[in-house]
Design a protein around this ligand. Sequence first.
Ligand code: ATP
Ligand code: MG
Length: 418
Amino acid sequence: MIHGIKGVKDLLPEEAARWQVIEETARRLSFLYGYREIRVPIFESTELFARSIGASTDIVEKEMYTFQDRDGSSLTLRPEATAGVARAYIEHNLGASATAQKFFYLGPMFRHERPQAGRLRQFHQYGVESFGSASPLADVEVVSLLWRVLSELHLPGLTLEINSLGDVADRPAYKGVLLDFLKRQEEQLCQNCRRRMGTNPLRVLDCKVPTCKAATEEAPKLTDHLSLNSRQHFEEVLGGLKELGIPYLLNPRLVRGLDYYTLTTFEVTSQHLGAQNAVGAGGRYDGLVEALGGPKTPAIGFAVGIERASLVLPDSAVPSLGKMVFVAAFGQKGVPVGTRILHELRTLGVRSDSDYRATTLKAHLRQADRLGAVFVLIIGDDEAEKGQVILRNMTSKEQQDLPLSTAAQSVASRLSSV
Ligand code: ATP
Ligand code: MG
């Protein structure tokens, strides 16, 4: 037999029901905060990601699913959606609108990583992007929406960590200070981090290897090297979060894996997840739209990993399937009548089912029980001839006769009162 691909999961109905809760909450709250859905393609030209995410990031260096199209052009399955949304924003000239452009998206992303719990090769994200406002209030809105979604899902043990990377102008001076520090610690750093020192020293602070973490414990903090403007922006963001009662933790090491971030960066972790404990993360990316050839446009967004949210989503957050009615029809005359009743029930909006394989009442009732039916409508040849059906209440086991012509309607109204 042919197996699915490593790190690429099937979502069976029970898991899909959990996702629906997450997706429904994400859609509802995004809309509530003034964000509208955008759907961008799953593949784009490779250059879009290389240019936006940054050539010396893990994603671009080793995680992208890149392939050659038939005409020789290089295409890539999206590893994240911000680049695609920014491209669409530029391509459709959305910046010309007088209102701020705020989007949310849901969909699959692809990264060639080592599969483990909470880390897949095809995974899914819910995210938002807010274009056009440089105000710290936009940061506060985005962070508070993230916090609201995760809190409303009752995800346990959440912590919001926040940092400022300063703007691009603050970066070179800090990079120098950081490099001086890293050079003194080089012995302790992993191979990867030594390489990063030459390409992207900030990323060393994000390394998950324990010895690297320990070696950079005392590293100079970016937040101590912010310009006046950057510092003020950060303080206003923190002030805004306090105002809304959103608890946060300052984490000067939170640099995030993508090059396009500026100023505010944040991450929400759950202590109930294992090593891959980030549920959602994001930040400001004021330079991205311009870097992709669009007008200078401040922007900020986040992305939530749906798989990870689902891992910690409490069962109590998932609604039960809802009431259903089972039609048990048998016999040459009973079956066609049952088929009609089933159709009537569905027309009335009643969730209903039958089992076309069952030929005895006993077999039907067993299936009704397995499906958790509240009522069963029993129709054999006798009932069909008399123009009646038997209504069985699966909880009380009581049965009564109903006239066939009004049976569906009568069950529908009873259903709303059980
Ligand atoms: P991490 O440090 O956990 O690798 P990241 O910085 O690579 O995260 P982002 O690119 O910011 O993650 O993506 C946002 C969210 O998407 C993460 O917080 C996580 O919940 C989820 N995510 C990222 N990569 C994967 C993956 N390979 N499998 C499942 N979920 C993922
Ligand atoms: Mg990652």
